[in-house]
Design a protein around this ligand. Structure first.
Ligand SMILES: C[S@@+](CC[C@H](N)C(=O)[O-])C[C@H]1O[C@@H](n2cnc3c(N)ncnc32)[C@H](O)[C@@H]1O
Length: 377
């Protein structure tokens, strides 16, 4: 990957290509038909992304301009003018025999780099299973836009629902790449589960797992308790431990974009509580804001960026702990120290796996970590 940013390069470990493919989700792909490939992408650096080349396997399909108005994205990225017009949308015919759609970025100096691959063969081989999941998910209640906003920052109920299956499949990839055998996971906790979207995903793809969720938000928890399938058990908790679960209950605890909103002090307190309810040999998966987020949020405060790079951690000025406006940021070295009683078994910077960009991420461009708890050695 080329270094396309003008930031100091000594610490440039994050992927400056920030993106989201919004459609088609794998389980909604249509075969022998045109599919709309739509999303957004910008470079968090000097060069602007002009267009995307698309190849069906090795065959060039077309060059598509990246210039769609995306104020929703640009509003979060004030330092990059091109983020306001980073949208793309085009149709591609997907045949049953196609293996992959390959995407390539074209910058405004005409240089190119691979973007991502869309795995058509896998979606085709799973089409019957995906159809079943699609049918099952439509029978499950979905939260209203106002509730979706509380966890996702947008009001699009359909997008929320369509993100569940590919999101949980993305989480499963991180676990599998960390050596977690899902057959050995019998009980999991989604800590900070919001309206329980990923619990719904696990309910559909791994019904053998006893599913628990908790969150401090009363509105979200009461909706989850009243609307999610009965097999999903949700509890409201407080900002500070304890949780009401017994010791050694879970083989997996995950928290998606939760420590990103808690002070360091509370993170340390919660790690001890989560350790208490985790079985020895069990796993923790979490997502955190890494360097890209710091450089974006503090783009006019170089002293904050320096503080982050030297101390490994920074928090923004909000004291509203647990709320989305309260933001915290971690370097990988700091995270390993924070979870020193655990063994790091998986690290996926910006959600990538082995340097490959993943689609339909559990938490937009956040770093994903998987730890195993081996007891007090
Ligand atoms: C950005 S949302 C993510 C929700 C969910 N994990 C998802 O990915 O859809 C963060 C969630 O963490 C919850 N949260 C923050 N601090 C918490 C705490 N101390 N205990 C439980 N939930 C917490 C918030 O109420 C909110 O629902």
């Amino acid at each position: 990957m080329q270094n396309t940013t003008d930031f100091p390069t000594k610490t440039l470990k994050y992927d400056p290509i920030i993106y989201s493919l919004e459609t088609p989700k794998y389980h909604l792909l249509q075969f022998d038909a045109n599919n709309r490939f739509a999303g957004w992408v910008f470079n968090f650096g000097k060069l602007k992304i002009n267009s995307i080349n698309v190849y069906n396997d090795e065959q060039f399909v077309g060059n598509f301009i990246v210039d769609g108005l995306r104020e929703d994205v640009g509003g979060h990225v004030p330092s990059i003018a091109a983020a306001k017009t980073c949208g793309f949308a085009f149709d591609i015919k997907i045949s049953k025999t196609l293996k992959k759609v390959l995407f390539e970025i074209v910058f405004d100096d005409a240089s190119k780099e691979p973007f991502f691959e869309f795995d058509v063969a896998n979606a085709f081989s799973q089409r019957v299973y995906f159809k079943k999941l699609r049918q099952e998910i439509t029978a499950i209640h979905k939260p209203a836009g106002e509730l979706v906003y509380l966890t996702q920052g947008h009001y699009h109920v359909e997008e929320y629902q369509n993100s569940i299956i590919p999101g949980v499949l993305n989480m499963r990839q991180y676990l599998e790449h960390s050596g977690v055998d899902l057959n050995n996971i019998h009980s999991l906790l989604d800590f900070g589960c919001g309206s329980g979207r990923y619990l719904v995903g696990w309910h559909l793809i791994a019904p053998h797992i006893a599913l628990h969720g908790c969150d401090l938000n009363t509105t979200l928890m009461s909706w989850a308790q009243n609307n999610l399938p009965n097999q999903i058990k949700c509890l409201k908790n407080n900002l500070i431990p304890p949780l009401s679960y017994p010791d050694n209950q879970f083989e997996l605890i995950y928290f998606i974009s939760v420590f990103t909103h808690l002070s360091l002090n509370l993170q340390k307190i919660w790690i001890q509580e989560l350790k208490r309810i985790l079985k020895v040999g069990g796993y923790i998966l979490l997502t955190l804001h890494g360097e890209f987020y710091v450089r974006n949020c503090f783009w006019q405060e170089s002293d904050k960026i320096e503080e982050f790079l030297s101390s490994g951690f920074i928090k923004n000025a909000s004291d509203d702990e647990g709320a989305n406006l309260c933001g915290t940021y971690h370097t990988p070295a700091f995270v390993e120290e924070l979870f020193q009683e655990f063994q790091l078994v998986g690290y996926f910077p910006n959600g990538r796996i082995n340097q490959h960009r993943t689609l339909f991420q559990i938490a937009q461009s956040q770093d994903v970590y998987v730890f195993q708890y081996n007891g007090n050695e």
